[in-house]
Ligand binder design. Structure first.
Ligand code: HEC
Length: 251
C-alpha cells in the first residue's frame, strides 16, 4: 500500500507545496503583466480612451447638476400632471386594441369603397420578375397554412385554382388586412376551418402587393399584378374585425 496517502503530515506538506506552486505561477503572470503594460496603440484604443474620458465627464457633470433632492422635489409635480392627463383614444388602425370602444367604432364604420381598386386598369405587360421574387419570400408565411405550392391542407383551403385568388383584387387585399372567417367555397368545394385566417397586415404595401401578385401568378394561376397603391387605398381596413364571405365581392 502507498504509505504517503495515509500519512497526514505528508498530505499536509503536499497541500502547501501545491498552493506554493500555484502562487509562484500567479506571481509570474503578475510580473509579466506588469512589464508588458502598454499605452493604447491602435486607433480604436485611442478613440475609445477619449470616449471613456468624455463619458466620465458627462456623467460627473450630470450628477452635479441634478442632485437627488431636485429629483425628489420634481416627482410630486410630475405625478400630479400624469394623474390629471386623460388618455387619448388611438385612432391609428394598427394600434387599436381589440374589443375597445375605438375598435367598435371602426367596426361600425361604413364599408370601404372597393370599386376604385377593382376597376383600376390592370397593369399590362409581363409580371416583373423582381416582384415575383419578393412575393415568393413573403409567401413563406402563407405557405405555412396554404401549402408551399398553394395546394391547401388541413388548416387552410387551396390557393391554386382558387377563384378568390384570380378574382377581384380588393378581396385579396382585404383578406390579408382583416383576416377571414366562416365557411368558404373554393373551386367548387366547401371548406370550414374553425380558426379561420388571421390578419397579416404587418407587411408593407410593397410586400403585400408582391405576395398577392405572386399567388395570382403561381400554382397554375394567371391574373394581373397587384400594385402597392391598391394596397395603400385599402389600408383603412386594418383593425376591423375579420371578414366573412358575405363581405367579399363576387369572384
Ligand atoms: C394561419 C394560417 C393561414 C395563413 C398564415 C394564411 N392563411 Fe389564408 N386562409 C386561411 C384559412 C383558414 C382560410 C379560410 C378562411 C375561412 O374560414 O373562410 C384562408 C383563406 C384565404 C383565401 C381565400 C380562400 C382561398 O383559398 O382562396 C385567400 C385568398 C388567402 N387565404 C390568402 C392568403 C395569403 C395571401 C396569405 C399570406 C399573406 C395567407 N392566406 C396566409 C389560413 C391562413
Amino acid at each position: 500500500m502507498d504509505h504517503t496517502r495515509d500519512n497526514p503530515i505528508i498530505r499536509f506538506g503536499a497541500f502547501w507545496w501545491g498552493l506554493g506552486t500555484f502562487l509562484i505561477f500567479a506571481l509570474l503572470l503578475a510580473v509579466i503583466w506588469f512589464f508588458n503594460r502598454k499605452d493604447p496603440e491602435t486607433l480604436e484604443d485611442v478613440a475609445a480612451k477619449a470616449r471613456y474620458e468624455t463619458k466620465a465627464k458627462v456623467e460627473k457633470a450630470q450628477t452635479e447638476s441634478l442632485p437627488k433632492e431636485a429629483i425628489h422635489a420634481a416627482i410630486p409635480a410630475v405625478a400630479a400632471k400624469l394623474a390629471s392627463s386623460k388618455p387619448a383614444a388611438v385612432e391609428k388602425p394598427d394600434q387599436v386594441v381589440a374589443g375597445s370602444p375605438t375598435a367598435a367604432k371602426l367596426a361600425a364604420a361604413p364599408a370601404v369603397d372597393t370599386s376604385a381598386v377593382d376597376k383600376a386598369a390592370p397593369a399590362d405587360g409581363p409580371i416583373d420578375p423582381a416582384v415575383m421574387e419578393l412575393g415568393k419570400t413573403q409567401f413563406v408565411t402563407c405557405g405555412a397554412c396554404h401549402g408551399m405550392n398553394g395546394e391547401g391542407g388541413p388548416i387552410a383551403p387551396p390557393l391554386a385554382k382558387s377563384e378568390w385568388v384570380t378574382g377581384p383584387i380588393s378581396n385579396l387585399i382585404r383578406i390579408q388586412l382583416r383576416g377571414l372567417q366562416g365557411p368558404i367555397t373554393v373551386a367548387g368545394k366547401e371548406y370550414n376551418f374553425p380558426a379561420g385566417m388571421a390578419a397579416l397586415s404587418y407587411q408593407t404595401d410593397e410586400q403585400i402587393a408582391a405576395v398577392l401578385t405572386y399567388v395570382r401568378n403561381s400554382f397554375g394561376n394567371k391574373a394581373s399584378a397587384v400594385t402597392a397603391d391598391q394596397v395603400k387605398a385599402l389600408r383603412s381596413e386594418v383593425g376591423k374585425p375579420p371578414l366573412t364571405v358575405q363581405d367579399l365581392a363576387k369572384p
